[in-house]
Design a protein around this ligand. Structure first.
Ligand SMILES: *Cc1c(COP(=O)(O)O)cnc(C)c1O
Length: 219
């Protein structure tokens, strides 16, 4: 089924939108099935699971960490992770920078914004993001690259609500782009949209969707 599911999802995604196949909780065999169909970008939300899968799977896979990251765990993924989606503090950015430097790398990060109505511990406010980007400490971070923004809409059937939240994220992206990244082509991604709402997200300007259950089945 994974093969058919993947095909069905791909049909809905324009070629300039990146598909991250979210394989959290799913076994190695499932990932290999998607890999056999040409999928190379996979997303996981837990550090230990990500490391375990990285070790046994083909090395041309691009691994994205999509879940919350604790500073004390950055060191485990710094040698190989290709994009960290959920950066929500200066402290975390500094640690990613430190571990990237140790590994002789530059690590791409997305700033996670809190756009949903639901209260959540995670995600930046727009004001805090601006504070980070304007700080002297941020300027000194040479081993991280901010590749864009990420957010999650409220879990609801109210399509208008979801649409408004994605519009808010796209607006944050545009304002940050014009203020801080005007001449930086690396700042290019809006990571938004999951199985239930990726079509709306694409309508609203998503450049990267994170799709799990529509490909691998329910968890
Ligand atoms: C699990 C997860 C997804 C994928 O969710 P599905 O509804 O299974 O597509 C996307 N983004 C994040 C941050 C997740 O934790």
């Amino acid at each position: 089924m994974i093969k058919e599911n993947l095909k069905a999802v791909r049909v809905n995604i324009p070629t300039d939108v990146t598909l991250v196949a979210v394989s959290k909780t799913k076994p190695i065999e499932d990932i290999l099935e998607a890999y056999a169909e040409g999928q190379r970008i996979f997303g996981e939300n837990k550090v230990q699971e990500l490391v375990d899968k990285y070790e046994v799977l083909p090395k041309d896979i691009e691994w994205h960490l999509i879940g919350h990251l604790q500073t004390n765990k950055v060191k485990y993924i710094a040698p190989f992770v290709s994009l960290i989606h959920a950066v929500d503090s200066l402290k975390l950015l500094k640690e990613i920078n430190k571990q990237a430097k140790k590994n002789g790398r530059t690590i791409d990060c997305l700033l996670q914004f809190h756009i949903a109505q639901e209260s959540s511990k995670f995600g930046l406010s727009f004001e805090y993001a601006r504070e980070i980007l304007e700080s002297n400490e941020f300027v000194e971070l040479q081993n991280i690259s901010i590749a864009g923004v990420m957010g999650m809409a409220t879990f609801t059937n109210n399509e208008e609500k979801i649409r408004e939240e994605f519009q808010a994220l796209e607006n944050y992206f545009n304002v940050l782009k014009s203020h801080y990244f005007k001449f930086n082509n690396h700042f290019q991604h809006i990571s938004m949209g999951m199985s239930g709402d990726y079509q709306i997200a694409i309508d609203e300007g998503s450049t990267m969707v994170r799709v799990g259950s529509s490909i691998f089945g329910s968890r």
